[in-house]
Design a protein around this ligand. Structure first.
Ligand code: SAM
Length: 297
């Protein structure tokens, strides 16, 4: 099927290069297969790793790789709990990039228990689909579709993708990882509201995503700003800090139709999930927000 590129004003394919960086990190840490280890990812990983490591050790912070591993493994852990304890039977992962989570979860639970829909901008979705097909990794109930998270309607909207691939009678997990901070708060509130609608109009479920953790420490905030500035150069755009506190996260998500919102600090998972933990609190929070099924009148 030929899918048009997004309209120019919502074409954010400049960000897609970052999927190579994260994709190689998952591969280097045994969370992915060689199929997703691309040359740009390899180059970036090996060029930056020693400097990031050294900086992390000197400053006592979780370096770039450690922060990525925290968010990825904690989202995995929360998704496993959602499948095993909350009856989630399908996943829509938006901005999936070159992550192998879909492959790992389909291998673990199988197509009888789980349906996995991976979505990204048309170019990245086509690339991901080909990599999965070439590697023999795209089995039954595992799909890759083009979606632009900024498209509120039309062919590339998440609503269209969901209507073609998801079963409204099955509780759903929606995931975004490593993408929301590329955008200002307003378009993200629009996205989160649409995710809440999707879940409530189906059989309910959970939204999992990562966001930057704010701190009252100027030292910490300056470090975070420096880090987002660096990533912003690679992605050719400013990065955004959306919330000042966990309370703000809670209020925003409850106002958008989510109930039962948790802001998880990575340190709380030390010993539960195999993540690196540093002297100074992590830069990233993992947000878990549930939506109940709408009572049909
Ligand atoms: C930092 S990568 C993260 C990829 C993956 N979630 C991971 O953690 O490895 C960001 C991803 O967002 C995708 N992306 C950028 N703008 C998007 C948009 N408007 N809609 C959907 N995906 C988008 C990029 O193509 C890229 O794959």
């Amino acid at each position: 099927m030929l899918v048009p590129n997004p309209q120019p004003d919502i074409d954010t394919s400049r960000i897609s290069i970052t999927a190579h960086m994260t994709g190689y990190t998952w591969y280097a840490n045994g969370l992915s297969s060689a199929a997703f280890a691309t040359m740009p990812g390899r180059l970036f990983y090996h060029a930056t790793r020693p400097w990031m490591r050294m900086g992390g050790r000197v400053l006592g912070i979780a370096d770039f790789e450690a922060t990525l591993l925290q968010r990825h493994r904690i989202i995995d852990h929360l998704l496993e709990k959602a499948v095993e304890e909350k009856g989630v039977g399908q996943v829509l992962e938006l901005a999936c990039g070159l992550s192998a989570r879909g492959v790992r979860f389909m291998e673990k639970y199988g197509p009888e228990k789980l349906r996995y829909v991976e979505a990204d901008l048309p170019g990245m979705a086509a690339r991901k689909k080909k990599l999965l097909q070439d590697g023999g990794l795209l089995g039954e109930n595992h799909f890759v579709v083009p979606v632009n998270i900024l498209a509120g309607e039309g062919e590339l909207s998440l609503e269209q993708a969901a209507s073609h691939t998801l079963d409204p009678n099955v509780p759903t997990a929606v995931i975004t990882e490593g993408i929301t901070y590329y955008f200002p708060l307003e378009p993200m509130k629009d996205l989160w509201g649409r995710i809440a609608n999707l879940l409530s109009s189906g059989s309910g479920g959970v939204y999992l995503y990562d966001d930057f953790a704010r701190s009252s420490s100027p030292f910490y905030t300056n470090l975070l700003m420096a880090w987002t500035w660096l990533v912003g150069i690679v992605a050719q755009g400013k990065m955004h800090l959306h919330f000042l506190s966990g309370q703000e996260v809670n209020d925003t998500f409850c106002g958008l139709g989510f109930c039962d919102v948790s802001v998880h600090r990575p340190e709380a998972f030390a010993g539960v999930v195999p993540i690196p933990v540093s002297r100074i609190a992590s830069f990233v929070d993992i947000i878990e927000a549930f939506v109940e099924r709408e009572i049909q009148g």
